[in-house]
Design a protein around this ligand. Structure first.
Ligand code: AMP
Length: 106
């Protein structure tokens, strides 16, 4: 999607460092961290939110990506969060899973 910030990040337009990448997703640090560690798992496929997701396999791949990256970084305790819809706090309309660990700032 041309005007999607996460599609641009995936495309390398901003030079964002990926802490992890696989066939389905990239993982990078949240620019405005709400915890000591705050990562975003973002599918390479543009899907606006969970409401528009039709591929149940993709969600499984994304959760396995959460496991991969937390194991890789030695993060043993963490929360996962998916905001769906503006009123629930979704700001970027490209599906993503937050990984939050350590002291929370909310
Ligand atoms: P949400 O509110 O669930 O849509 O989460 C969007 C998240 O993306 C927020 O926590 C933002 O801080 C984060 N974010 C927005 N722009 C960027 C960016 N350029 N790089 C990294 N994280 C970003």
């Amino acid at each position: 999607m041309a005007d999607c910030i996460f599609c641009k990040i995936i495309n390398g337009d901003f030079g964002t460092e990926f802490v992890h990448e696989n066939e389905y997703a990239v993982v990078f640090k949240d620019i405005n961290p709400k915890a000591d560690i705050h990562l975003l798992v973002v599918p390479k496929l543009h899907v606006e939110s969970l409401n528009e997701l039709n591929d149940e396999n993709l969600l499984g791949k994304l959760m396995m990506t959460v496991k991969e990256v937390t194991q890789k970084l030695g993060i043993k305790s963490y929360k996962t969060l998916i905001n769906t819809g503006k009123e629930a706090g979704q700001e970027v309309f490209h599906l993503h899973i937050h990984i939050l660990s350590g002291k929370m700032k909310f």
